[in-house]
Ligand binder design. Structure first.
Ligand code: GLN
Length: 496
C-alpha cells in the first residue's frame, strides 16, 4: 500500500469520506515523513505539529458529524509570508523572525473554516524576493530531485514540501513567477490566479500590484480543489475582484478538441535550453493529438517584460518595506546613537543583501527626477505587455510556453550573479505584469533527470480553462506520477 503522505487531496478525501482513514492518521503520516526527510530537504521553517494535531482531531469530529468539505482533514503546508494568528510568520527574514501575527490571512481563515490541517510554514526567499530560496535567513531549501540543486523560488519551501511528500499540497505566492517556477523545478502543478481572484489580506506585501496567492499540488485536480478553497471576494482587500467563483473542477475531463492554442515565437529564442525546448514542443504535439488547434502567435513586447518587472516590483517593495523600521514593525537594532542610528541599524541588520538591493533599486526608480524615466516608463511598458495578451486571446483560448528557460542550478552557483537570475524570470513575469492567470504542469525530464514544466496562460478569470487544458494534457502523459528519489545523507553539502 502506498503511504498516506504520498496520496493526493482527491484520494484522501475519498478515504476520509468512506471512513477508511482518519485525518489524525493522515496527519501523523505526514508529520512522520517530515521528521524523516526534512533534515535533508529543509522545506520548513516551522513545523506546527500541535496545531496540526488539534485541527486533525476537529476535522475527524466534523467528518463523523457529516459536515465535512473537500479539504477537511487534509494536511497542507503554508508559505511563511501568509499570516497565521499566533504562529510565527517570518517571511524568511531576520526582520520578522520574532513576528507572531495577531490575525490570520483571509485565505488561512477560509482554509481553516473548511477544516484543513496546517502542518507547517515553508521556507522562502526573504520577502519573496528571489528565484532559488537561497535568500532565506534560515538557509536554503534543497531540490528533492537532487539536493545539490535549488528547488526554485521564492516558494521553494512549499514546492519541495509537496515534491518530497512532506504535505499533501501547499500554498505559495507568486509576484513574478514564484509559484510557477519552483513548481516546474520540483515536478509539480503550480497555479498563479488572476490578479484579484484570491485575497491578499494577511499576505505580507512584496509588490502589491503583482502579488497573488495560489495552490501548489501533486496534480491538476488537487490544484483545482485547493483553488476552490481560497478564491473569492474579500472586502478586506481593496483589489479583490467581486466576481462569481466557478467550481474549478467542473471542466476537468471535458473535451478540449477545437480549442485554440497559441505558441508565441518570442518564448522560443536562443537562450532556451535545448532539452526544455524539446519537451515543450513534444507537449504541443500531445495537445495536437487531442485535436486542439495550434497557432503561431506573437507577443512582441515580451523582451521588455523583465526590465519593466525589475522596476515595478522593487519600486513597490521599497515602499512596502518602509514600515520595517524597528519601531512600527520588525527587528530593532541597538539604540545607541539616537533614533536615526537605530533605524539604520534595524534595517541594515534586519534585511539580507537581495532585499537591500531591491530597496535601493526601487527607491532610486521612484525618486524625483527619475520617476518619469523609470517607474512611469515601466508602467507604460506594462500596459503594452498586457495589450499583447489581450490581442493574442482574441485568436486563441490558451497560450503555451516553457515555464523557465533553464533547469534548476546548483546551490551557491548564482549568488554573485543576480542579473542572470533576474533574466531567467523572462517567461513568468509577462503574465504577472498583465495580471492574467498561469499554471505550470510537469512536461518531461532533462537528461540529468530534472523535472521540466510547461506553462499554460489564459485570459483574465479563465482559470477553469487553464485547468481544463492542463488536466487534459496531464491525463495523456505520465510525468506527474514520478517521485523524486530522495538522495542519501552523504550527498548533502552544508547549509550556509
Ligand atoms: N523571481 C522573481 C523575483 O525575484 C519573482 C519572485 C516572486 O514571484 N515572488 O522577484
Amino acid at each position: 500500500m502506498t503511504e498516506l503522505y504520498s496520496k493526493t487531496i482527491y484520494e484522501l478525501h475519498a478515504l476520509l469520506a468512506a471512513g477508511e482513514v482518519t485525518s489524525r492518521e493522515i496527519t501523523e503520516s505526514v508529520l512522520k515523513r517530515i521528521d524523516a526527510v526534512d533534515e535533508k530537504v529543509h522545506a520548513y521553517i516551522t513545523v506546527t505539529s500541535d496545531l496540526a494535531r488539534e485541527q486533525a482531531q476537529r476535522a475527524d469530529e466534523r467528518i463523523r458529524s457529516g459536515s465535512a468539505g473537500l479539504l477537511t482533514g487534509i494536511p497542507l503546508a503554508i508559505k511563511d509570508n501568509l499570516c497565521i494568528k499566533g504562529i510565527a510568520t517570518t517571511c524568511g527574514s531576520k526582520s520578522l523572525a520574532q513576528f507572531i501575527p495577531p490575525y490570520s490571512a483571509t485565505v488561512i481563515n477560509a482554509l481553516a473554516e473548511q477544516g484543513a490541517v496546517f502542518v507547517g510554514r515553508t521556507n522562502m526567499d526573504e520577502f519573496a524576493m528571489g528565484s532559488s530560496t537561497e535568500n532565506s535567513c534560515f538557509g536554503p531549501t534543497r531540490n528533492p530531485w537532487n539536493p545539490a540543486l535549488i528547488p526554485g523560488g521564492s516558494s521553494g519551501g512549499s514546492a519541495a514540501a509537496v515534491a518530497a511528500d512532506e504535505c499533501i499540497a501547499a500554498l505559495g505566492t507568486d509576484t513574478g513567477g514564484s509559484i510557477r517556477q519552483p513548481a516546474a523545478f520540483c515536478g509539480l502543478v503550480g497555479l498563479k490566479p488572476t490578479y484579484g481572484r484570491v485575497s491578499r489580506f494577511g499576505l505580507i506585501a512584496f509588490a502589491s500590484s503583482l502579488d497573488q496567492v495560489g495552490p501548489m499540488a501533486k496534480d491538476v485536480r488537487d490544484a483545482a480543489m485547493l483553488l476552490n478553497g481560497i478564491s473569492g471576494y474579500d472586502r478586506l482587500d481593496s483589489t479583490s475582484a467581486n466576481a462569481a467563483v466557478p467550481d474549478y473542477t467542473d471542466l476537468l475531463g471535458k473535451e478540449v478538441a477545437g480549442m485554440r492554442v497559441g505558441i508565441p515565437g518570442e518564448y522560443f529564442t536562443s537562450g532556451l535550453d535545448a532539452g526544455i525546448e524539446r519537451a515543450v514542443r513534444e507537449s504541443v504535439r500531445v495537445l495536437e493529438g487531442l485535436k486542439m488547434e495550434i497557432r503561431e502567435i506573437s507577443l512582441p513586447h515580451t523582451e521588455y517584460a523583465v526590465a519593466a518587472y525589475y522596476l515595478v516590483a522593487p519600486a513597490e517593495a521599497s515602499s512596502n518595506l518602509a514600515r520595517y523600521d524597528g519601531v512600527k514593525y520588525g527587528f530593532r537594532g541597538g539604540e545607541e546613537g539616537g533614533l536615526l542610528d537605530m533605524y539604520t541599524r534595524s534595517r541594515s541588520e534586519g534585511f539580507g543583501v537581495e532585499v537591500k538591493r531591491r530597496i535601493m533599486l526601487g527607491t532610486y526608480a521612484l525618486s524625483a527626477g527619475y520617476y518619469d524615466a523609470y517607474y512611469k516608463k515601466a508602467s507604460q511598458v506594462r500596459t503594452l505587455v498586457r495589450d499583447d495578451f489581450s490581442s493574442a486571446f482574441r485568436e486563441c483560448d490558451v497560450i503555451i510556453t516553457p515555464t523557465c528557460p533553464n533547469p534548476p542550478f546548483s546551490l551557491g552557483e548564482k549568488l554573485h550573479d543576480p542579473l542572470s537570475v533576474y533574466l531567467a524570470d523572462i517567461f513568468t513575469v509577462p503574465a504577472s505584469l498583465a495580471g492574467i492567470p498561469g499554471i505550470s504542469v510537469p512536461c518531461g525530464f532533462t537528461e540529468d533527470g530534472l523535472p521540466i514544466g510547461i506553462q499554460i496562460l489564459a485570459n483574465f478569470f479563465r482559470e477553469e480553462t487553464l485547468l481544463q487544458v492542463a488536466h487534459a494534457y496531464e491525463q495523456n502523459t505520465t510525468w506527474h506520477n514520478r517521485k523524486p528519489p530522495l538522495a542519501p545523507e552523504k550527498d548533502l553539502i552544508s547549509f550556509k
